[in-house]
Design a protein around this ligand. Structure first.
Ligand SMILES: Nc1ncnc2c1ncn2[C@@H]1O[C@H](COP(=O)(O)OP(=O)(O)O)[C@@H](O)[C@H]1O
Ligand SMILES: [Mg+2]
Length: 312
């Protein structure tokens, strides 16, 4: 279990970035606020173009915010380097293709003023112990991504920031990356902030997450909190129309062979009684767990509707 203390590792408040272009400004990030606690694996979820990389570039001091503040380990980024170490992977890492994975890490360590004495251990940690001597040009995407994670860990950081670490990985590669990321928190006591456009990855890797949509943060919660936002009971019964009429006290919708009823789990016995009283044949009545994908669509859809209503 990772240690947690009360001081947040990362605090972002009112963060905005507008890129200026000849054709006008692009509001890439608008008024984003979020907090990451020590030992958390925190997911930053959003579609392509949502503003994830822009936010991460600001966290790393690579670009300046248009507005807002970033505090890393309690220190405002404008007031100097964070008091504890940060490691990062952005754009899949940039490596020399004709050098080996090990040599690339060695070069990176030197440019950071590190002795590189931990390179063997890092290669083993990311599953590249056997391939460290091979040239990076022969690496698969997954191997490059893992080398990128090793590079992010060179300085033994307390906070690891990974921009789309699962990019370009196949299902097996994603699974390995997930295990690697979890182990950073559980075994190595690090805090991880990762971005992804993959719902599944975030759902299975992270403790908490923020959803960003077109530059706006629309939700910050635990994964469980987002998934169990509302209870849906899935009723498989015949005839469905009659079942729906019998359950008029709850909002419901027919989906395929089932009726999805928005009701608390505690209402299940009452729902069963009403169905039987209405002479409906009930085959099953079970809580339906939303996938993060369903939750994400519901949340972003609600946001879009609200924006459209607000603009009308
Ligand atoms: N250097 C840049 N100049 C102008 N616009 C940019 C720049 N980088 C990103 N953008 C725009 O900002 C928005 C957010 O991009 P980005 O942060 O890369 O999103 P994500 O990482 O979530 O895919 C997009 O509309 C993108 O086109
Ligand atoms: Mg990006």
């Amino acid at each position: 279990m990772a240690t947690r203390n009360s001081e947040p590792v990362l605090e972002i408040a009112g963060l905005s970035k507008t890129y200026t272009r000849r054709s006008g400004g692009v509001k890439a990030v608008q008024n984003v606020s979020l907090t990451v606690g020590a030992g958390e694996v925190y997911g930053f979820l959003g579609a392509n173009g949502a503003g994830k990389s822009t936010t991460i570039r600001m966290l790393l001091g690579l670009i300046a915010p248009s507005a807002g503040t970033i505090r890393l380990f309690g220190r405002d980024l404008r007031h100097g380097q964070p008091p504890r170490k940060v490691g990062s992977l952005v754009d899949g890492g940039a490596f020399y293709p004709f050098l080996s994975g090990r040599r690339n890490l060695d070069v990176l360590a030197r440019t950071q003023g590190l002795d590189g004495g931990n390179i063997d251990a890092l290669l083993a940690q990311v599953g590249l112990a056997r391939d460290g001597h091979r040239k990076v040009k022969g690496y698969s995407t997954g191997m490059r991504q893992r080398l990128g994670v090793a590079a992010a860990l060179l300085n033994d950081p307390d906070l690891v920031i990974l921009d789309e670490p699962a990019n370009g990985l196949d299902a097996a590669g994603i699974q390995e990356m997930r295990a690697l990321i979890r182990s950073l928190a559980t075994e190595h006591n690090k805090t991880v902030f990762l971005s992804s456009h993959l719902l599944n990855e975030v759902q299975q890797t992270c403790d908490r997450l923020a959803i960003i949509d077109r530059g706006v943060l629309i939700r910050e919660d635990t994964v469980a909190g987002i998934l169990h936002e509302e209870d849906i009971l899935r009723v498989v019964a015949i005839p469905l129309g009659k079942a729906q009429a019998a359950l008029a006290d709850w909002p419901s919708a027919i989906e395929g062979a089932a009726l999805n009823v928005r009701a608390a789990k505690a209402d299940a016995p009452e729902i069963a009684r009403r169905l039987i009283a209405a002479d409906v044949e009930v085959f099953s009545l079970a809580p339906h767990e939303r996938s993060l994908e369903e939750a994400f669509l519901a949340i972003t859809q609600a946001e879009t509707n609200a924006a459209e209503t607000g603009n009308a």
